[in-house]
Design a protein around this ligand. Structure first.
Ligand code: AMP
Length: 359
């Protein structure tokens, strides 16, 4: 079976690494000559929305998926006439636009921070009446790793925030003084079979995910499963989905969903019976889903901009290194490590050790 992936970054690379033992083959579409998945997969080097390249991808593959949300919707709809594309273009359309996403959350009774569309400076001036101070101005599209966001503390911030972001469609969101950030990942097959992963508890630095801990038996597990289930069913979803949540005084608020494998689920490669990457492939190929139970205690640390010394990493028991073979640049995700241990205390000790190795 041939799987096509729009995007040839580390998520595509890890999908391929999970798929080869199943006998799958991969073609990635990515304009970058050094796309890191291209070391492992056939590479169509063209723009993500290049009609001829998309057509070739569809012709060569039995199923097509994507590793990021900013894929051309018309392109996806076109190739979906030839080859199955999962998750569906509806899932893509909702999740790549913060306003549509939050509107769907509201329709499904999924609690979310207060929000309002900002289409003019007057809308921005009125926003604090609804959102209070401070509040966040975000681009509706193309935001990731905290990019395209402006935190406004008072009326003096209105003009600078508008100048920084007004070239794009915007949304205002109340600022949530959360106690924890967590995410839930689930895989769903066409027949409705669904598997939930244990929760990930996430820490960010400068808007970029830094550390995720697998939290088996977390008291928020059932409430989080209940929320993501509503999205999976409404969208008749196929594949792995991630839902990012804030916990505030014991309540969950949905921040955003991702229609794809997710950084906060990278610990599943060694820390779960079946990784998120393998389960995404199983789901889109309509194969039985694998067990999602945790294997011991585990956590994931991202390598941002630089990699630790490989020998230092490998000297430590329970550390599994994933370098993405990407050029090192500040702020860029270039690898991660999963840390695994038989007890929670041993995990924390190993994590502390790993964190000291970060450049
Ligand atoms: P996002 O790109 O929306 O996932 O935002 C990146 C990070 O910014 C989140 O993981 C949070 O740490 C923070 N953040 C985003 N939205 C809010 C919010 N409404 N209130 C507080 N923090 C937020």
């Amino acid at each position: 079976m041939n799987v096509g992936i729009i995007g040839g970054g580390q998520l595509a690379r890890m999908l391929a690494l999970a798929g080869y033992p199943l006998g799958l083959r991969f073609v990635v579409l990515d304009p970058a000559p050094d796309a890191c998945a291209a070391q492992l997969c056939d590479h169509l080097q063209a723009a993500y929305d290049d009609p001829a390249a998309l057509e070739e991808l569809a012709r060569r593959c039995d199923v097509i998926t994507y590793e990021f949300e900013n894929v051309s919707l018309t392109g996806v709809d076109k190739i979906a006439e030839v080859t199955a594309v999962y998750p569906s273009s509806r899932s893509l359309a909702v999740s790549r636009d913060r306003l549509r996403e939050k509107t769907l959350f509201r329709e499904l009774d999924i609690p979310t921070p207060q929000f309002v569309a900002i289409d003019s400076f007057a809308d921005l001036e009125n926003a604090p009446k609804l959102l209070g101070w401070p509040f966040l101005l975000k681009t509706r599209r193309f935001g990731y790793d905290g990019k395209g966001q402006y935190l406004l503390y008072n009326a003096g911030d209105l003009q600078p925030a508008w100048q920084a972001l007004a070239s794009q469609s915007l949304i205002g969101e109340s600022f949530v003084p959360f106690q924890r950030e967590i995410s839930i990942l689930a895989a769903r097959r066409k027949n409705g079979e669904t598997a939930f992963y244990p929760l990930s508890e996430n820490q960010h630095q400068n808007g970029i995910l830094h550390l995720s801990r697998c939290r088996p038996d977390d008291p928020q597990t059932k409430p989080a499963e209940n929320l993501i289930q509503r999205l999976l069913e409404t969208l008749d979803y196929v594949g792995v989905m991630a839902l990012e949540l804030f916990e505030v005084h014991g309540k969950l608020l949905a921040n955003e969903m991702a229609p794809r494998v997710h950084n906060s689920g990278h610990w599943t490669i060694e820390g779960a019976e079946t990784s998120q990457f393998e389960n995404h492939l199983r789901a889109i190929l309509d194969l039985p889903l694998g067990a999602t139970e945790p294997v011991n205690y585990s956590a994931m640390v991202n390598f941002i901009g630089a990699l630790p010394e490989l020998a230092d990493l490998l000297e430590q028991p329970g550390i599994h290194c994933h370098a993405y073979s990407k050029a090192l640049r500040p702020g860029r995700k270039v690898g991660h490590a999963t840390v695994r241990a038989p007890t929670e205390a041993a995990l924390e000790a190993r994590l502390n050790h790993l964190l000291k190795l970060l450049p």
